[in-house]
Design a binder for this molecule. Structure first.
Ligand code: ZN
Ligand code: ZN
Length: 819
């Protein structure tokens, strides 16, 4: 293997290292490098350093000759090196620094996000009884509480402090334990928690290659004969062939006939696709012209960004595949981002057909070990292509030629917790930093990307037609205000017709469960989640009321708990109820449902899509899971049961999101020989996002929406930062929000006021979520530098107060392009 990860100052004799710690601290720290490590410590390695009485993992981010001026306190020493080679190279470090800066997030935490989970060592406090403590216990010199605690841990090598505190459930405190340490009764020391995921190893046996003289015994001779011509054989295979071969094998090894070694096993990734192979198509003239443009970018070896706007079914995937072939032929690497791998088995199987073993997969659905293996394959330079969900943007390639973001508009590219990065935006940044070609593809580009194409930041490539001249489906809009009920006559007759003609249908409804909420018509009671400010959804299968945000669930009551009325009623419908309605409307046909409830098991989405492909499903009912880029020629009808859920979401992007969803779901119809038919049911038949989706008119939608954004000064015309305060105490969270508001306005008076506007503070759209209270304040500006400066200043002045109040400050920088 080749690991030429040079960390800048290779083997220098620098005396000081700058360290980013993998903890939520925004500063970096300096440590002295002990003599023994000076030759081997390099930038990008993980090291163990003392930090607030513990030992923590840090990342070496710079090496210096002397401490920077102004650091008065005596520097402490690095404890240990955890790596022999840097895990991240200088380019990745640069990328991580950018991310930390932009998203106002600690660098150590960003680097941690960039690495596969499980690589982290953490020290913890462990407690054991001293000899003196043991003696005191025997002599009965201890108080009652001391006796109980010492008895609990005596005779055990050591007990993690937190386990001990938990075992005594608040009866004994940390401070008390430390006071007993001072009395000499306890040892309390830091220890490493070494739950590191490592490579999976197997024992292999092979002939040593020397000539074999007289066979030593029959069994040994048989083993040698069997191994002949087999190369390396795993030891477990040998044990299947020969009964308990261990003694014979070891004596053969001792005699020099055999070599025994260990080898790494790459764990199989659990996302397998076994869909039909897809033949390699000849590119159309349009595709060819487009490839020509892209290849100019690839050959230039400079940052070359493209936005491919191609209607659904226009053959974007083939362009990706061919562009990658070119990049590989030039000895470069390719990174491909997709919204969700488990939902796009067709794309995955096309990549596998084309590139086979050259492909690594990276996404959160993989087990820790699998992810670690895939990551290391890339890190070692063994695979030139990675396909993955948003976190794959951190794939450790060192020679990237192209980054592709498929369905670039998809909201799942945004990480919603912790480091709130947007993988599509980071693709732009990374491509620019390493001078790679960037391909963003979508049938419904995000407003930001299309605006960038308009202003010349991206090269726009258009695929205006479906391949093989197939037409886009015909779309009709049905006004639900006219009281057609759950399924309009149009939808029912289309379903009926498809059943008769043995064609398949999709029904889209973006709400799972049976009823959206339960209402008592006698007293008006609505069942709400005790932890979140939302109503509970009724699930028919297990008669439960569930919160879709925190997973709270209770058994649905038979009568109203407030007025004892008998008329509890489910309001609004979800996919579970829709499936039931379809079953009773069309008995005997095969209906399947695809939503989060039916796809909890690992292979479930693939199984459903495979059943759809092989014609075992007549009608597939589902949430936005069915919207992704599937291509099933026999699906000729798509019904949108209700287009309104996403329209009313409290977000300035709700129209854009609705347009995208409807266009994408409609795009599933008529991929084969028959022209597809789509019916959209809605209470808002005149809304422009619905009318434009009906006409497959992205440009028309863009023109209207961009006016609205401009008038209200929303992105892409301005940039937003959301400061969210989340706390257990309603009062403390609110009063901190007030303070944050005052602080913000003070900053405006101090000069930020010219470029920045503040909205709020106010309660967040979900004022309570998972038991925590939420307030937010938005800052808006056309000047991103100024906005970032403001964000950092405000965060610095609030952080301390927030920590003391037990409230967390969550900074969300709206996805935007800053380039
Ligand atoms: Zn009631
Ligand atoms: Zn809840």
């Amino acid at each position: 293997m080749t690991c030429d990860l040079e960390g800048g100052n290779l083997g220098s004799m620098n005396k000081v290292v700058e360290v980013a710690i993998g903890l939520p601290v925004s500063k970096t720290f300096h440590y002295l490098i002990p003599e023994e490590f000076r030759g081997s410590l390099r930038i990008g390695m993980r090291i163990l350093v003392p930090f607030k009485g513990r030992k923590v993992t840090g990342f070496a981010i710079d090496l210096l000759d002397a401490p920077p001026a102004g650091i008065e306190e005596k520097l402490r020493e690095v404890e240990d090196l955890l790596d022999e080679m840097p895990l991240i190279d200088p380019a990745m470090l640069l990328f991580c620094r950018w991310v930390a800066e932009y998203y106002v997030y600690p660098l150590g935490e960003v680097i941690k996000t960039a690495l596969p989970p499980g690589l982290h060592l953490k020290s913890e406090w462990v407690v054991s009884v001293t000899d003196r403590g043991r003696m005191a216990l025997r002599r009965g010199d201890c108080g009652p509480m001391q006796t109980r605690v010492l008895n609990e841990i005596e005779g055990r090598p050591s007990v993690p402090l937190k386990d001990l505190l938990r075992a005594f459930n608040g009866e004994v405190t940390r401070d008390r334990l430390f006071s007993w340490k001072k009395q000499g009764l306890l040892h309390v020391e830091a220890e490493l928690d070494g739950k590191e995921v490592g490579p999976k190893l197997k024992k292999v046996v092979q002939l040593s290659g020397g000539s074999i003289p007289v066979p030593p015994s029959r069994k040994k001779a048989e083993i040698l004969k069997w191994l002949e011509g087999r190369g390396k054989v795993s030891y477990s295979e040998l044990t299947r062939q020969f009964k308990s071969p261990s003694q014979a094998v070891h004596s053969l090894e001792a005699a020099g006939y055999l070599l025994i070694s260990t080898e790494e096993v790459i764990r199989n990734t659990s996302v397998q696709s076994d869909l039909k192979p897809y033949p390699k198509p000849e590119p159309t003239r349009n595709q060819q012209a487009m490839l020509g443009e892209i290849l100019k970018g690839v050959h230039s070896k400079r940052y070359s960004p493209f936005l491919i706007y191609g209607v659904t079914g226009s053959g974007k995937t083939e362009i990706y595949l061919r562009a990658i072939e070119e990049v590989l032929a030039r000895g470069k690497e390719a990174l491909v981002l997709v919204p969700e791998i488990s939902l796009t088995p067709q794309l995955l199987s096309r990549f596998k057909d084309r590139f086979g073993e050259n492909l690594a997969l990276l996404h959160s659905g993989l087990g820790r070990g699998e992810r670690y293996d895939q990551w290391r394959k890339i890190w070692k330079g063994e695979v030139p292509i990675a396909l993955g969900a948003r976190s794959a943007i951190f794939a450790p390639f060192r020679n990237l030629g192209i980054i592709i973001v498929d369905e670039e508009h998809d909201p799942s590219y945004k990480q919603e917790d912790k480091l709130k990065y947007h993988a599509r935006d980071l693709a732009v940044v990374r491509a620019k930093q390493v001078g790679a070609t960037l391909l963003l593809g979508s049938a419904t580009p995000s407003l930001e990307s299309y605006r960038n194409a308009e202003t010349g930041k991206f090269n726009l490539l258009r695929l205006p037609e479906r391949i093989e001249g197939k037409s886009l489906p015909q779309v009709e809009v049905i006004d639900l205000k006219k009281g057609e009920g759950l399924l309009s006559e149009k939808v029912r007759s289309a379903l009926q017709r498809n059943i008769e003609q043995k064609q398949q249908s999709l029904l889209f409804l973006n709400r799972r469960g049976f009823a959206n909420f339960i209402l008592c018509p006698d007293c008006g009671l609505v069942f709400k989640c005790p932890n979140c400010s939302v109503t509970l959804t009724y699930h028919f299968r297990d008669r439960s009321l569930q919160c879709h945000y925190c997973d709270y669930r209770v058994l649905a009551p038979g009568d109203c708990p407030r007025c004892e009325g008998h008329r509890l009623r489910g309001m609004g419908i979800g996919t579970e109820r829709l499936e039931q309605e379809i079953n009773s409307l069309f008995p005997g046909i095969k209906v399947e449902r695809m939503d989060r409830d039916t796809t909890r098991r690992k292979q479930a989405p693939q199984k459903i899509l495979k059943a759809l492909e092989s014609g075992q499903i007549d009608i597939l009912v589902g949430t936005q899971m069915i919207v992704k880029g599937h291509d099933f020629p026999n699906v000729t009808f798509v019904g949108v049961v209700s287009a309104d859920a996403s329209l009313h979401f409290p977000d300035f992007r709700s129209s854009e999101r609705t347009f995208q969803l409807l266009t994408q779901v409609a795009g599933r119809a008529g991929r084969g020989e028959t022209v597809g038919q789509v019916v959209i049911q809605t209470f808002n038949p005149d809304h422009y996002s619905i009318l434009r989706a009906k006409d497959h008119d992205f440009l028309g939608f863009y023109q209207e929406e961009i006016q609205f954004r401009k008038a209200l000064d929303y992105p892409p015309f301005s940039r937003l930062v959301n400061f969210r305060l989340i706390g257990n105490s309603e009062k403390k969270t609110q009063s901190l929000a007030d303070e944050m508001g005052q602080e913000g306005h003070t900053l405006l008076k101090k000069g930020y006021g010219k470029g920045i506007q503040i909205l709020g503070p106010s309660t967040a759209p979900f004022a309570k979520l998972r038991g925590k209270f939420r307030w937010q304040m938005l800052a808006k500006s056309r000047n991103s530098q100024l906005l970032h400066q403001f964000a950092r200043t405000l965060a610095a002045s609030i952080e301390g107060k927030a920590k003391r109040a037990g409230v967390s400050l969550d900074i969300d920088v709206d996805p935007i392009f800053i380039l």
